[in-house]
Design a protein around this ligand. Structure first.
Ligand SMILES: C[S@@+](CC[C@H](N)C(=O)[O-])C[C@H]1O[C@@H](n2cnc3c(N)ncnc32)[C@H](O)[C@@H]1O
Length: 345
């Protein structure tokens, strides 16, 4: 190997050889990021990574033998992920590497969200050339929006929102655009008296939630219903009076028509007279700050722009709440993650 390297250096010259190697490494980051994501998603969606995370290791030849899909493709994917250090295949066992275990922890939501919006990236050429339009020809994968967003929100947004909800003494929470119901599930775990009802307009998302609820509905305290928040259906009769309306990352999907959001809030206040609101929303970060810090908000903005969504600024949200005659009782805006939480009455 050393001999070959010396040969290359003699042929190209030391500085050119070193520069070329550095440049390749820089390009490889992006190529590998894409290939790694695709391979990771494939194993995640097959349930293999969860199996590895839960069992610690699996007997690889035995697993391969019973695998129903294409064994050659699976072997190629595993060999690649082993090569780049996300899996470890040794002797007859397969396990997550330390880096792989990290990807299954906090960043998992990021990978799920990227998978949710992958149709936008996979169709970028057609979107650019106006051959396809988001909404008409392609959609995000909604259950992965719910799961990815739910998992990421568990890290800061939900703890803040749950505290706001519990501190105001709410007992019956209606969650608009409930996604995978993670906000409400956590509330049920924290407080044995709380009751939660989720509304989501996606039939697919609601079906996902029903499957979850069939495993645990917290003794009947957690329910879900398909519905459009702008045309809120009759709620189940057995629900106690709603004393809190929550919405996390749902309203910004309608920011192109702010007045519609103002009217929605007014109508909700009229229908549920004693209700408090706890809203979590993206708050636009300063562009220069973001360029310097390059957080995941950059990818998030891209997904939103490609799927026709807008990000509101904190002052914009305050204006919307004021126009709906709602008073801000408590507010926490975290510029560092571009998210804000508002308790309103
Ligand atoms: C970005 S996700 C947020 C999900 C969840 N609230 C969370 O915190 O992770 C937005 C959710 O709102 C739902 N949604 C969008 N428009 C809606 C509407 N008009 N009525 C009810 N749900 C809606 C979507 O289906 C999606 O599940």
């Amino acid at each position: 190997m050393i001999g070959q390297i010396i040969k290359v250096i003699k042929l190209l010259g030391l500085s050119r050889a070193v520069r070329m190697k550095r440049h390749h490494d820089r390009g490889l980051r992006y190529v590998r990021g894409y290939a790694a994501c695709c391979c990771w998603w494939a194993l995640l969606n097959e349930g293999i990574l969860d199996k590895l995370a839960m069992q610690g290791r699996i007997d690889w030849p035995a697993f391969l033998q019973t695998y129903q899909g294409d064994k050659k493709v699976l072997e190629a994917v595993v060999e690649y992920l082993d090569g780049i250090g996300l899996l470890e295949q040794q002797n007859n066992t397969l396990k997550l590497s330390p880096d792989g275990r990290v990807l299954m922890a906090e960043p998992r939501g990021l990978l799920e969200l990227l998978w949710a919006y992958e149709p936008c990236l996979g169709n970028l050429a057609e979107l650019l050339q106006s051959k396809k339009k988001y909404g008409r020809d392609l959609e995000r994968r909604i259950t992965f929006v719910g799961q990815g967003s739910g998992r990421l929100c568990e890290q800061l947004p939900y703890p803040v929102m749950r505290r706001m909800i519990l501190e105001q003494g709410s007992k019956m929470v209606l969650d608009l655009g409930c996604g995978d119901m993670a906000l409400l599930s956590g509330l049920c775990r924290m407080n044995a008296e709380i009751r939660g009802h989720g509304i989501d307009n996606s039939a697919e998302m609601v079906q996902f939630d029903r499957n979850q609820l069939s495993q645990n509905d917290y003794g009947g305290r957690l329910t879900v219903q398909q519905g459009d928040m702008f045309h809120l259906p009759q709620l189940p009769r057995e629900l106690p009076p709603v004393d809190c309306i929550a919405a996390c990352d749902t309203f910004h999907e309608y920011l192109q028509d702010q007045q519609r959001l103002v009217e929605l809030l007014k109508q909700l206040k009229q229908r549920f007279t004693q209700v408090r609101f706890v809203i979590g929303e993206f708050c636009l970060q300063d562009a220069a700050w973001l360029k310097r810090h390059k957080t995941a908000a950059l990818e998030h903005h891209l997904f939103h722009q490609l799927s026709g969504q807008q990000i509101g600024s904190a002052p914009q949200w305050r204006r919307i709440f004021r126009e709906a005659s709602l008073e801000i009782v408590a507010e926490q805006v975290y510029d560092v993650i571009g998210h804000g939480y508002f308790a309103l009455r």
